[in-house]
Design a protein around this ligand. Structure first.
Ligand SMILES: [Zn+2]
Length: 176
């Protein structure tokens, strides 16, 4: 029996970090940022809450963080990259990449559209954007609870955090 790990997953902050986001991240074991950080103060602020894994997005300087990051948490092989999706699915290049590098969970951003979808044996998770509002998209953040037997994936609307259920919720049980 292993204990579970709580990941707070955010993306596309574009230079804005609200109190709601900081509160949501309290108690996280890890914080994952899928890029388009947009300002230098954001990562240190998140680091003061929990260890951060971050990639650079297209608005970030390449010196901020790597373009792609792979890590293993609770036996889940995780890949983080800002731009993954192209025309309704993972790009051809990205599909080829995860065929070579077995991956259980892909964390990405860029579209600002929250999404959680299982494709083959891989969960694709885009927490949406918790930065400045764009068009009529909600301001969202993701929470992922992982243990060796499965995962619980949620994406929440930050404005209605207390009153509404997650806008996306997905549970995945691993077959051993
Ligand atoms: Zn982007």
């Amino acid at each position: 029996m292993t204990s579970s790990v709580r990941l707070c997953v955010l993306s596309d902050t574009h230079g804005r970090l609200t109190r709601d986001v900081l509160e949501f991240c309290q108690g996280a074991d890890r914080i994952l940022h899928a890029g388009d950080v947009g300002s230098d103060f954001i990562l240190p602020e998140l680091e003061s809450i929990a260890p951060v894994a971050c990639v650079s997005g297209n608005v970030d300087s390449p010196s901020l963080a790597p373009i792609r990051l792979q890590t293993v948490i609770a036996d889940w092989r995780i890949m983080i990259q800002h731009i993954v999706w192209h025309r309704g699915g993972p790009s051809r290049e990205f599909k080829m990449l995860i065929e070579q590098e077995a991956t259980d969970l892909v964390i990405f951003g860029h579209s600002h559209q929250p999404l959680c979808q299982m494709i083959g044996k891989t969960v694709f998770f885009n927490p949406g954007s918790c930065g400045p509002r764009r068009f009529n998209l909600p301001s969202t953040i993701g929470e992922v609870i992982l243990d060796t037997s499965g995962g619980w994936f949620r994406i929440c609307d930050l404005v209605h955090l207390q009153k509404a259920p997650p806008i996306i919720e997905f549970r995945f049980k691993r077959l051993c």
